[in-house]
Design a protein around this ligand. Structure first.
Ligand code: HEM
Length: 210
């Protein structure tokens, strides 16, 4: 009991100031892109646009927020891609993801710094970011490309929006209420040792060894 109490009080560094800067540089423009994209894409969500500066302004800012988002994704890729490589334990983890959803993490292979779900989200962001960039440029300068190409770009942009948007909603849930204690890692950079030992035991042992 005493040990558990101590673990709760000890803090472990999870993300450096640069990691957090890169995360929020990507996340903040994404939220604007997501909401303005939703407002432009579906008349059901057009009520969002006045809150984002109006239809014309949000169409303009959507493009520039896309530029900042792209820089964030690129930095994220350079910083984190090596940590998101999936290994054999991750494949077992994914095949048994039902235990994660039931809150029975102890039945899964121990996670390192990121679990397989987090790694997959990372790849979704990298691949999605590249598709958003390419298709976004085509839509920004439509006169440069054929009509068929522009139509294809719009379709791909929308499909990517739905896929990455769904991933984002899950990520938002997991990073706040889904896994209590996570959010502090992206704000202060630190988590409790108890949190680290429960959710990322392999990583926790590595940190303790250093
Ligand atoms: C705006 C709301 C967001 C919140 C509250 C949030 C929260 C978090 C938190 C708490 C972590 C650390 C998880 C951990 O310590 O294990 C994290 C990691 C991460 N975030 Fe976010 N995030 C948000 C938006 C985004 C967006 C929009 C992207 C990219 C488009 C993104 C990409 C990532 C990636 C790649 C990681 C590392 C892997 C992972 O934990 O999934 N985040 N986020």
């Amino acid at each position: 009991m005493e040990d558990v109490k101590n673990l709760e009080e000890v803090e472990v560094e999870r993300f450096s100031a640069f990691d957090r800067f890169v995360h929020w540089l990507t996340a903040i423009p994404f939220v604007y892109l997501f909401l303005s994209g939703l407002g432009m894409y579906s008349p059901k969500f057009a009520w969002l646009l006045p809150f984002l500066g109006g239809r014309e302004f949000s169409a303009w800012l959507h493009k520039w927020a896309g530029v900042v988002f792209t820089i964030g994704v690129l930095l994220m890729f350079l910083r984190w891609a090596k940590d998101f490589v999936l290994d054999s334990d991750d494949r077992i983890w994914l095949a048994n993801v039902k235990y994660y959803l039931k809150g029975e993490e102890e039945k899964l292979p121990e996670a390192g710094k990121y679990n397989a779900g987090q790694k997959l989200f990372g790849w979704m962001v990298f691949i999605g970011g590249a598709v958003f960039l390419i298709t976004g440029v085509v839509m920004w300068f439509p006169e440069t490309f054929s009509t068929t190409f522009v139509r294809l770009a719009i379709l791909l942009h929308e499909i990517t929006f739905v896929v990455v948007g769904a991933g984002f909603i899950v990520h938002l849930y997991m990073g706040t209420v889904g896994v209590p204690g996570s959010l502090s890692s992206m704000i202060t950079g630190k988590v409790s040792a108890l949190w680290a030992a429960s959710h990322h035991p392999k990583w926790f042992r590595e940190v303790m060894r250093k």
